[in-house]
Design a protein around this ligand. Structure first.
Ligand code: ADP
Length: 583
């Protein structure tokens, strides 16, 4: 394209040059010829008049015949004397021509009519181009005596004209060659930067947006290069802005807990964020750019998509996505401008789980309360029906009633504590706690209970071990664990309380030699109201739930290890130093 531009520019300049030189040369040659011929013609007329003056008084055939050879040949001019009728009386060129009638020659005709005749033609006599001038010869009475004709051989002049033409042509050719070379150089100078600029433009179009053109050459080319560079600069800025916007959008989408899917107008998945990919159990990298029929794997969702497409209006529905664990999703399908469709997936599983667990909780609490309340009711009824009169029976009833009331109170207190922990109203007052001191305190506080069963508590751990936590709450945790160990292990058995410091945290555990826990119960022991069948009737099933809550509120974790018949180890880890973000 550029090459053809350069060729076209050169050819155009060359053609213009050739045309102007041609026209100019032709015009000058013609002018020169006319100018010269006019001068020659005037000179011939003067010569003819001169000869006419010379012969006017003796214009007789005999005189003219002898005179002609003498005057002819002067100045390369041929002279012919003619009678009034056009018959040759004297001729300077050839003898034989005499007496031939020349009255049909145009110049002779004009002279006979009394005018000066001029004519140019190839001479019949000599066969060369000649310029003829004929003047009438008058006598004193004004009667035509004859005609004097002078003729000039133009061969030499034509040769001179040809030389002039040749000279003009050669000069024109040289000018044309120089002009052509200059035109080519100029076209090259113009096209080279254009060629480079087109390469730069192609690179920019290919995405190499930092590429810039050289600002050099003629003014117009420089301006063009500047404009190209400004355009590239602006484009770069725009691109960066778009990239930043896209990155922001990407970051927002990635941080969204809601799933977002965008389907383009060709029904391909244009965008899917991590949350959506995770909910639908797809790999975002794989599904991107695929047909939206990929969503068929989730029939409820693809049905909703079909509905929104048909009705061209927003549709939403609660659906259940099956996967490793069923997920409750609120799906909204929104048709957008230009045929695109947006799908928003809101994971309501947690809300559902919370509702379920609240329902379970209420059911559990009711269930747990019903047993002691029913037995209390029965005992009161029996007392009223007469058992009150039997002192021993009444005392037994009242003792059992006190036990039930104690259990109820214990449960209500546990529930209150759990509720306070869950609501987060009780803040943590964290300090550095020396674990050995805290453990000693707990063991001393429970000495009565332990002694009743003849159980010995062994404490294993470095005296200097500390942890970072709310002393009272951690005390509650150790009490709950030691209380369970006391409750569930047989009389006379050993209980171990151990603690050790790791790099970032401190571990505390309580190990007993009780019956242990069934493997299928292990994952559930920290749940609220979980009680193994062996312990039904005693305990609230809330002790370990409280432990878990307290430890997790500190940013720690709990564990349990047990083999049936070989005892159980309940433990936890807590940070052993203050960390940013902990209060
Ligand atoms: P509970 O008031 O019933 O002790 P917990 O939440 O403290 O409630 O304990 C839940 C259940 O975990 C208990 O009912 C018991 O089945 C089991 N469990 C707890 N500690 C032990 C232990 N040391 N040995 C065996 N089972 C235990």
């Amino acid at each position: 394209m550029l090459r053809s531009f350069r060729a076209r520019l050169s050819i155009t300049v060359l053609l213009l040059l050739a045309l102007s030189l041609g026209v100019m040369g032709a015009w000058l040659a013609a002018e020169f010829r006319i100018f010269y011929m006019v001068r020659v013609e005037e000179s011939l007329v003067r010569q003819a008049r001169l000869v006419e003056l010379l012969v006017r008084d003796s214009y007789t055939p005999a005189h003219l015949r002898s005179l002609a050879p003498r005057v002819g040949g002067l100045d390369n001019v041929r002279i012919t004397f003619l009678s009034p009728a056009g018959v040759v009386w004297g001729e300077s060129a050839r003898e034989a021509e005499i007496w031939v009638n020349h009255s049909d020659r145009p110049e002779v005709k004009t002279a006979i009519s009394g005018e000066v005749g001029v004519h140019t033609r190839v001479s019949v006599t000599l066969g060369v181009p000649m310029l003829y001038v004929a003047v009438p010869v008058w006598d004193a009475a004004g009667i035509l005596q004859g005609v004097v004709r002078v003729a000039l051989d133009l061969t030499g002049m034509e040769a001179a004209f040809a030389r002039v033409h040749l000279l003009a042509f050669s000069g024109g050719l040289v000018a044309l060659l120089i002009g052509g070379a200059l035109a080519l150089a100029h076209a090259q100078a113009v096209s080279e930067p254009l060629h480079k600029m087109s390469e730069v433009a192609l690179k920019i179009a290919d995405g190499n947006i930092a590429c810039r053109a050289d600002v050099a050459g003629p003014t117009e080319i420089r301006r063009l290069a500047q404009a190209l560079n400004t355009m590239a600069h602006n484009l770069e800025g725009e691109l960066k802005r778009v990239q930043v916007a896209a990155e922001k959008l990407q970051a927002v989408l990635a941080s969204l807990r809601d799933g977002v899917i965008l389907i383009d107008n060709r029904e391909n998945i244009e965008l899917i964020n991590d949350a959506a990919a995770e909910m639908l159990a797809f790999s975002a990298a794989v599904i991107l750019g695929q047909r939206d029929t990929m969503l068929m794997r989730h029939p409820e969702l693809s049905e909703l998509l079909r509905l929104a497409k048909n009705e061209r209006s927003a549709c939403h529905k609660r659906i259940v996505l099956s996967g490793q664990a069923a997920r409750h999703i609120r799906a909204a399908v929104l048709p957008l401008e230009g045929g695109r469709i947006m799908i928003v997936l809101q994971d309501l599983t947690e809300v559902y789980t919370a509702v379920d667990s609240r329902r379970d909780f209420v059911a559990n609490v009711s269930h747990e309360l019903r047993t002691p309340l029913t037995s209390l009711g029965l005992m009161v009824e029996n007392l009223l029906r007469g058992a009150l009169d039997e002192r021993d029976v009444a005392q037994d009833f009242l003792r059992r009633m006190a036990g039930e009331i104690e259990r109820l109170t214990e449960m209500v207190l546990d529930l209150l504590q759990l509720s306070r922990l869950e609501s987060g109203t009780e803040g943590l007052r964290q300090t550095r706690v020396v674990v050995s001191g805290l453990v000693r305190e707990v063991v001393e506080g429970m000495y009565g209970l332990l002694d009743n069963k003849g159980q010995i508590v062994e404490v294993l751990g470095d005296h200097g071990t500390t942890l970072w936590g709310d002393r009272e709450k951690v005390r509650q945790v150790i009490i709950n664990l030691l209380d369970n160990a006391n409750k569930f292990s047989p009389a006379g058995s050993n209980i171990t309380i151990g603690f050790r410091a790791h790099a970032q945290e401190t571990e505390v555990y309580v190990a007993d030699h009780g019956p242990g826990i069934l493997p299928e119960h292990l994952p559930r022991v920290y749940e609220r109201f979980f009680k193994s069948s062996a312990s039904r009737g005693g305990g609230t099933g809330l002790g370990l739930a409280i432990v878990k809550h307290i430890i997790e509120a500190h940013g720690g974790s709990v564990y349990v290890r047990s083999r049936l018949g070989e005892g159980a180890t309940f433990g936890f880890t807590l940070p052993n130093h203050f960390a940013e973000g902990q209060l």
